[in-house]
Structures are given as C-alpha cells and as structure tokens.
Design a protein. Structure first.
Lengths: 286, 265
C-alpha cells in the first residue's frame, strides 16, 4: 500500500516538475517569441499548404522558397532587410510562374531550371558579400529561438495579409483546383487565380521560412497539409486538420528543442515527416 | 426564341478552319448530337458556345443574347479526364466547390444551397456514391457526378462533351437514357458530342455533323446519308443500315470513319 502511494506521489511530483519546467519555458522572452512566431507560421502555412497540395503544386512552393534565398542574400547588397528582399524576389517569381499559365506552373522542368538558376544567383550574392555567411545559415535553416519583436510584427502583417487574401480567394480557388475546365467555362480566370494564389503563397513562404528556414519550409507548408489530405474526405475537415497538425508539430517541436537543445528546425521537420508517415499508412478517413 | 443561333459562323483553331460560314438554329428543348471524326472541332464548337473561343466571323446567339463567358443559363460537362490527384474528397465536396465557385469569398454553403445540391443528387440518382472519394469512383460514376455538376446552375442549355467516352456499351446506354430523362423532365436543350452515334439514335432530335471545315445540321435521316457525308468528307462515303444501326464507311479506306482517326478526315 505504502509503495503504491509512494509511486503515485513520485509520479505526481514528476509531472509537477515537468509542468513547472514547461511553465519555465514561457518565462524566457525568446521562448515566448518562438511560440508566437511558430504559431503564426504554422497556421498560415497549414492553410496555404492545403491548397498547394490539392493543386499538386508542392514543387512550385519548394522552388518559390529557394528563389527567396537569392532575394534574401541579394537584399544585403542593396540595403534591404533579408525578409524584404526575399519577399520581393519570391513575389516576382510567383507572378511570372502564375502568368506562364497552369501548365508551366506545374512543369517540373521549367520550375527546376529556374530553381537552379536562382540558387546560383544566391551563391553569387553571398560571394560578393562574404561576411554574410552567418546570416545565410539562418536564412537557409531558420532560427526560431532568436525571433525579434520587430520580426514578430512583420510576421503578423504577413499572416493577416495572406489570410485575408485567401478569405477573398478561397471559393474560386477551390473551384479552379478541383474542376479547372468547369471553372474556366463559368468565367473564372484560371490565370488570375493562379497568380493571386502564388502571390499569397509567396507571403506565407517568406513568413514560414523565418521560423524553419528556406530549406525546411516544406516541413510546415506541405507536411501538415499532406497528412491532413491523406485522412479527410471533405474540404473543411481537411483544412481544420491541417491547421491542427501544423500547430502540434510546431509546439511539440519547440518543447523538444527546449528540452534537448537540438535545433528547432530538426524537430519540426522530423515531426512533420512522422505525421505524414502515420497518416499515409495508418490514417483512417474522416 | 431559339436556344442557340449560329449566324454565318466561322471558327478557327490556330490556322485551321473548324467551321466555315455555318448558319443554323437550335430550338428550346431539342436534343442535338454533334458528330465528326477526331479533331473535326466538336469540342471547339462547344467552347465557342461557352464564350471561351471567339468566332473569326459571324455570331453565336444564346437565348437571344450574344455569347458571353460564364453564362449561368449554360451547364457544361467537360471531356472525361484521368484523375491524377491523390486527395480523398467526396463527390459532394466537388459539387459544393462547383456551386457558386465563380464568386469571391469562403466556400461555405447555406441550407438553401445544400438543399439545391441534394435535389440535383436525387435527380441524377447518385446518392449511393456521392459521399465516397471522387478519385476512387468508376468512370461511369464520375461521369454522373460531372453531369450533376453541370445541372447545379439550373441551366436552360446543357453542353456535354463526349460523355460516353471510356464507357462500355451498357454504361453508355444508361447515361444516354439518364440524360434523355432529365432533359424531358426539365425541358432543357441538350448539345451532346460523341464519337459513336448508335447509342444516341433514339434520343436525338437533330444532328450536327462536322468534317473538313464543313458543317451540316438536320434530322438524322437527312444528314447521315451517303450523299451528304460524301460532300462533307470530300470523299466517297457509304452509310450502311443494319438492324436500326448506322455505320459510316469510308469507301476508299474501307473502314468505319468513326473508328479511326484518318489523316485525311
């Protein structure tokens, strides 16, 4: 009897310790910022990613994020902040990609060639601006634990703009995604929808890459959405589950980072991968 | 008032003339089959009626108004396409996306719209599979969901692009019967492109035949004749009747013109 009570009380004290540890996290300013930034990035990416996966444009989003690298690296050369340069170049790429039409926006070859060129450009910019290497690392791999208040503010604006844009665009976007021929016949401009959507994606990518970096933006944009699509049969359930997966992945990732001191991007991308595997092979349809 | 009027219509696709100087009227409530060899421009004619392709010369008048894109009076069923998607969205989700999908905003449906979707589901008889994943349905089931999507806007005119392609004869007969029943019930005009005319012989009121940039419209018995088709193809064509079935034979090549894509057709 006494042993049971001892075990129970030790479990309680252990849980209590963990709880106080978890509470400790929020006593650090940088951890609070990480949570806020991660939450914003998770929500926006999960929603945009859901449409990207439905539209089979995962590769396009991958390319857009890498094109942003050249923008971020080049921004320093002309005195812009890296996120501004990144957003600028990603937007230009998005408009070109959308403007080339549905086929080009999904063409592996056209995207792949542009992608390689933009990475090359990024490397050239880094060569000209060699003391930029540390910054380049954070652009490529993200630095969730050093998100500043100023960056939080920028991220907030990006979130609001991209989500408001999507509220406006969601209906014709879904129509054009599921039934493109029918949408065209009903007067929906597939070109315009494609451009507007990729512009919103650019904003979301620029935001998410501040958290996980350009190379791992896939983890937030595609992972939760692809997992949700594997196990849902209606639009709203899929979107809701995508957001839920995104939030769980980011929050759990930040906790694990805190306790292990390993990079946040590693945990987030690993959790994203695990959630996809689980949904793909074990998921039941809801 | 005519449902559709073609006035001295010339349609071009690139450099090629699909239809030249074609004048015809289609009355409300008519069931019109559109035939011709592959590449003759059957789908192009439908695209022109939808306003997706402008005539080179002449006009298309739809319900007394000049053709315009996104006309809600026209329901459209595009050509069957292979599904490459990996999503598991249900047929009903596809229908919901289609209804009002041309407006801005969030894809919510109100109870009235939900009821409207249910009515069409009942009309087309797709209750057994409309809540199953669309990508996993059979060709015939997907065609019926596409038909339901075309009917969602409560159209006066229904344009169906090759609704029988990829279906076995039994399924073809079922689809034709279903479309004819719906057409009679709603009293709508149907334009139906197809490769093979026999499944449609009893359903059709009129026929449009396209070949070599020429077009002819009339009753089946007036158009599907050796003389008329020889004029259209600019080659000796023979129409053979066997047990209420029609076969259009290219005399020089000795083949059924609806079976192959001849380089000179």
């Amino acid at each position: 009897m006494i042993t049971i009570i001892q075990i129970v009380s030790s479990i309680f004290s252990h849980v209590g310790d963990m709880f106080s540890n978890v509470c400790d996290i929020f006593s650090y300013d940088f951890m609070c910022n990480a949570f806020i930034a991660g939450t914003m990035a998770a929500i926006v990416s999960a929603i945009m990613g859901y449409f990207m996966v439905l539209r089979a444009q995962a590769f396009a989003s991958h390319a857009l994020s890498h094109i942003g690298f050249a923008g971020a690296a080049g921004a320093g050369l002309i005195g812009l902040s890296p996120p501004a340069g990144q957003l600028g170049l990603t937007l230009i790429a998005a408009i070109c990609m959308g403007g080339m039409g549905e086929r080009a926006a999904k063409s592996d070859v056209a995207i792949g060639v542009t992608l390689a060129f933009s990475l090359g450009l990024g490397i050239l910019f880094l060569y000209f601006y060699s003391n930029y290497a540390g910054h380049a690392m954070s652009i490529l791999f993200g630095d969730l634990l050093s998100v500043s208040h100023a960056l939080l503010k920028t991220m907030f604006y990006y979130s609001v703009i991209s989500l408001l844009g999507l509220v406006f665009l969601a209906k014709p976007l879904l129509f054009a995604t599921l039934e493109p021929e029918l949408a065209e016949a009903k007067g929906v401009s597939l070109h315009l929808i494609s451009i507007l959507f990729l512009v919103l994606v650019s904003i979301a990518i620029t935001e998410a890459s501040q958290v996980v970096g350009i190379l791992l933006v896939f983890a937030l944009l595609i992972g939760p959405a692809a997992s949700a699509i594997c196990c849902t049969q209606t639009f709203w359930r899929g979107l809701g589950l995508s957001i839920l997966f995104g939030l769980i992945i980011v929050w759990l990732g930040i906790f694990l980072t805190y306790f292990t001191n390993w990079p946040a991007s590693f945990w987030i991308s690993t959790l994203s991968f695990i959630s996809y595997l689980m949904c793909k092979f074990l998921g039941t349809k809801i | 008032m005519n449902a559709i009027e073609f006035k001295q219509l010339t349609l071009r696709y690139g450099d090629r003339a699909i239809i030249q100087d074609f004048t015809a009227n289609i009355a409300p409530g008519e069931f019109v089959g559109i035939f011709g060899p592959n590449g003759a421009g059957k789908s192009t004619l439908l695209r022109a009626i939808l306003g997706l392709l402008s005539p080179s010369t002449g006009h298309i008048i739809v319900l007394d108004k000049h053709v315009r894109r996104g006309n809600p009076a026209i329901g459209y069923m595009p050509q069957f396409r292979q599904m490459t998607t990996t999503n598991h969205l249900t047929g009903r989700t596809y229908m919901t996306a289609t209804l009002q999908g041309f407006r801005w905003g969030l894809p919510f449906v109100n109870p009235l719209q939900r009821e409207q979707i249910n009515e069409v589901i009942h009309l087309v008889g797709i209750e057994p599979f409309v809540d199953r994943p669309y990508a996993q349905l059979s060709g015939g089931e997907r065609q019926r969901i596409a038909l339901a999507e075309a009917l969602l806007c409560q159209p006066n005119i229904l344009l169906l692009d090759e609704p029988l392609s990829g279906l076995d004869p039994g399924q073809q007969e079922k689809i034709v019967h279903l479309i004819k029943t719906i057409q009679t019930k709603l009293n709508i005009t149907v334009l139906f492109t197809a490769h093979e005319m026999n499944p449609l012989l009893t359903a059709m009121d009129k026929i449009i035949y396209l070949a070599h940039g020429k077009a002819a419209i009339g009753n089946v018995n007036d158009i599907i004749t050796s003389e008329k088709l020889s004029w259209l193809y600019d080659a000796p064509i023979e129409v053979v009747h066997i047990d209420n079935h029609l076969f259009v034979i290219h005399k020089k090549l000795g083949t059924n013109v609806h079976d192959h894509n001849h380089p000179n057709c």
